[in-house]
Design a binder for this molecule. Structure first.
Ligand SMILES: Nc1nc2c(ncn2[C@@H]2O[C@H](COP(=O)(O)OP(=O)(O)O)[C@@H](O)[C@H]2O)c(=O)[nH]1
Ligand SMILES: [Mg+2]
Length: 242
């Protein structure tokens, strides 16, 4: 018997992209579907409610805040985090649930970097965003990973066991939440898997992850995790490989 599945849709002013992808979301692949919204003012919340979805309003913006709110509000066994802006292939939602349940990892990332995957920049020879992502990923693997190399530690499209995520005690508020989660899973000796995914262009609206500010908070996140060594929090659990 499989456990309870929660699908979380993460939105912040997605009124343009969301209606273009909504009908392609395989909502029935999950037992519970929740939208977590970062404070949209463009009709996103109204659209989601008109489709019968439960929407949780964040107390303040930030993807990290959204990840935690979903985790705190559910009793599901596995959670899939999905961003309905067009970047992520909705067809992979059932696949990622099936994989984590069948193979028993703590975390499965829909990877834009591994063999068989496709990254938005792969059509160009100049791939700054991909290369910077790969550098952060290299650092995490070198410092903490004792399992097989994880190729994409940053992508937001991922399925996770709720219990394992609670043990990570992630406290990043913004875009580095997934990177911090991957690092802390590594620190705890959790099993991380990946499946190849195809990254598509946004279907409208704008990304709020501007390169420079986002890069700076990623560096700060990395340095802070380094300063904690194998701990997952200042007073937190010591990882299995200390
Ligand atoms: N719930 C929630 N979602 C957010 C927040 N900020 C961004 N998102 C969503 O996260 C997804 C990715 O954000 P985006 O700006 O496209 O970043 P990018 O994909 O890295 O360029 C989109 O679906 C956004 O609507 C937030 O503060 N709260
Ligand atoms: Mg996006």
């Amino acid at each position: 018997m499989r456990g309870k599945r929660l699908l979380v849709l993460l939105t912040f002013n997605e009124a343009e992209a969301l209606p273009k992808i909504f009908d392609r979301l395989p909502l029935s692949a999950a037992d519970e579907v929740l939208a977590v919204d970062g404070g949209s003012k463009d009709g996103t919340i109204e659209f989601l409610r008109s489709k019968g979805l439960k929407v949780l309003n964040q107390p303040r913006p930030g993807r990290g805040v959204a990840f935690r709110l979903a985790l705190e509000s559910t009793d599901a066994d596995t959670i899939c985090y999905y961003s309905p802006d067009g970047n992520e292939d909705p067809g992979d939602i059932p696949k990622i649930f099936e994989k984590i349940e069948a193979e028993g990892q703590d975390l499965v990332v829909a990877s834009r970097m591994m063999n068989g995957a496709y990254n938005e920049e792969d059509v160009h020879w100049w791939r700054p965003r991909k290369w910077v992502n790969q550098l952060f990923t290299l650092a995490a693997n070198l410092l903490w990973n004792r399992g097989p190399y994880v190729e994409d530690t940053i992508n937001g499209f991922r399925a996770v066991r709720a219990d394992s995520l609670r043990r990570c005690a992630c406290d990043a508020d913004g875009f580095p939440i997934e990177y911090q989660m991957s690092i802390r899973m590594m620190k705890l000796g959790c099993v991380i898997g990946e499946m190849p995914t195809h990254e598509y262009p946004r279907l409208g609206g704008r990304s709020t992850a501007e390169s420079w500010p986002t890069g700076v908070i990623f560096v700060k996140t990395l340095l802070r995790e380094m300063s904690m060594g194998h701990r997952v929090g200042r007073n937190g659990t010591v990882g299995g490989h200390g």
